[in-house]
Design a protein around this ligand. Structure first.
Ligand code: GLC
Length: 434
């Protein structure tokens, strides 16, 4: 009897003693540290990106009251964002701990950020698509934990296609005809109406759009994975001249300065029939106060022939700076933000492509964002920018490319001249001529 009582007491003591310990351990795992710490997170600002990052910071602070998350805004342009980050990195500044990193940059930032393989276990990383992880890996080092993926998509006004008796265009020529028909009709009552908007400013966004025009026309991929320049061919020249001829016709001249949000402003005001953009514009267009709510849908971009659609692979990950003074808290924050529950919430807010299969399985996403499921496969077939082959030279490659395409759109060069010049400029960087 005594033995039993002692035994039970022991169990009770053990249980009492152990339980708080277990939860303290769990607490420690989630927050990374029991000490007070501040994590400064640079994120945003396209669409609701900044607002969502701030909400994530606030939610994390509720879970981990010892940690303060301070969210600062990045510039809207990914090209300017990179320039700003490079300054922080060069200064080896500990001011910023967590960086939102474009999928185009791992090779450009890897030396300044932690190898997340060393901080996150296989079970956690095993939840991501291996291909997406590979995209953020540079020489075996995981430069960022994938946050979301992106793919270029065609937004189209279902009400207007119906009004003018048109089908969703599958080719660029069909897009032109449909855009022109709708624009001509709508202009009678709305002088601000345009057929098609996209990202035409001279920056990384134009690299994404132009790669889609090229790849969907069997016109090459800028630089092939084995290092051959791939821009100067009849198909690429034809599509670049074609899109340039639309500027001032079905595309506003201001497109030459348009980033994502400028295109969305025209579209969401109800002033465009078609838009090329990323997934984030979907939830914003479906907001209760949006004039296009329930009047649009999204699908694959057109191609030269039906079925030749291409989508540039976009997306962002989260990196922890090597110069951070709060590594434990910063890693914990990144891990929490990219956990499945938060990713489901994030996807419902931002309608960007998830990077973990489990997020696609969430019933809320299947119900509210069916297009996300339709694009699930895009992660397998999306066209990557030549970041891997260009490595540290990628920023220069992209700059040469978007500048050349911008010249064509602006009418200062024809595509044949621009592509011949570009080919030589890329060869000067050390890539092979075809
Ligand atoms: C989106 C994409 C990113 C791309 C950028 C270009 O943010 O996710 O990968 O570089 O657009 O503007």
């Amino acid at each position: 009897m005594l033995k039993r009582i002692v035994g039970l007491a022991l169990i009770a003591i053990l249980a009492l003693g152990l339980l708080p310990n277990v939860s303290a351990q769990e607490g420690e795992n989630i927050c990374g540290t029991d000490e007070e710490a501040t994590v400064t997170f640079i994120a945003g600002t396209v669409g609701s990106e900044h607002e969502v990052a701030v909400t994530l910071g606030n939610r994390f602070m509720e879970v981990c009251p010892n940690i303060t998350v301070n969210v600062v805004e990045r510039p809207t342009s990914t090209t300017e964002t990179l320039a700003q980050y490079q300054q922080f990195f060069e200064a080896q500044s500990g001011e910023l701990d967590v960086f939102q990193i474009d999928v185009a940059w791992p090779g450009l930032v890897a030396e300044h950020v932690l190898d997340m393989n060393e901080y996150l276990d296989e079970e956690f990383l095993g939840q991501f698509y291996p291909g997406v992880l590979a995209g953020y890996t540079v020489q075996g080092r995981l430069a960022a934990v994938p946050w979301f993926a992106g793919a270029g998509m065609l937004y189209y006004r279902t009400d207007l296609l119906e009004k003018y008796g048109l089908d969703v265009p599958q080719t660029w020529d069909e897009l032109y005809t449909a855009a022109k028909t709708i624009q001509d009709g709508e202009r009678e009552t709305n002088p601000d109406f345009w057929g098609f908007v996209f990202q035409g400013h001279a920056y990384e966004g134009l690299t994404c759009d132009a790669l889609e025009w090229q790849a969907s026309s069997d016109g090459g991929v800028i630089i092939t994975p084995d290092g051959v320049v791939d821009v100067n061919n009849p198909n690429a020249i034809e599509i670049f001249d074609k899109i340039a001829s639309w500027v001032g016709d079905i595309v506003p001249e201001a497109v030459l300065t348009f980033q994502e949000e400028d295109a969305r402003a025209v579209w969401q005001a109800g002033n465009a029939a078609f838009m090329r953009n990323w997934g984030y514009a979907y939830t914003l267009g479906q907001a209760d106060d949006s004039v296009i709510k329930d009047k649009f849908d999204v699908g694959p971009l057109p191609g030269k022939e039906p079925g030749m659609s291409a989508a540039t692979l976009g997306g962002w990950g989260l990196s922890v700076s090597k110069y951070s003074d709060n590594v434990d808290a910063a890693v914990a924050f990144v891990k929490w933000v990219t956990s499945i529950d938060q990713q489901v919430w994030f996807t419902l807010q931002r309608s960007e492509q998830p990077v973990q299969p489990a997020v696609y399985d969430a019933p809320e996403i299947q119900e509210q964002l069916p297009f996300i499921l339709a694009f699930k496969d895009v992660l397998n077939f999306a066209t990557p920018r030549p970041t891997a082959v260009a490595g540290e030279q990628y920023a220069r490659v992209s700059e040469l490319y978007y500048t050349a395409v911008h010249d064509v759109l602006a009418g200062s060069k024809d595509a044949a001249t621009a592509m011949a010049d570009l080919e030589l400029a890329l060869a000067d960087l050390g890539f092979e001529l075809p």
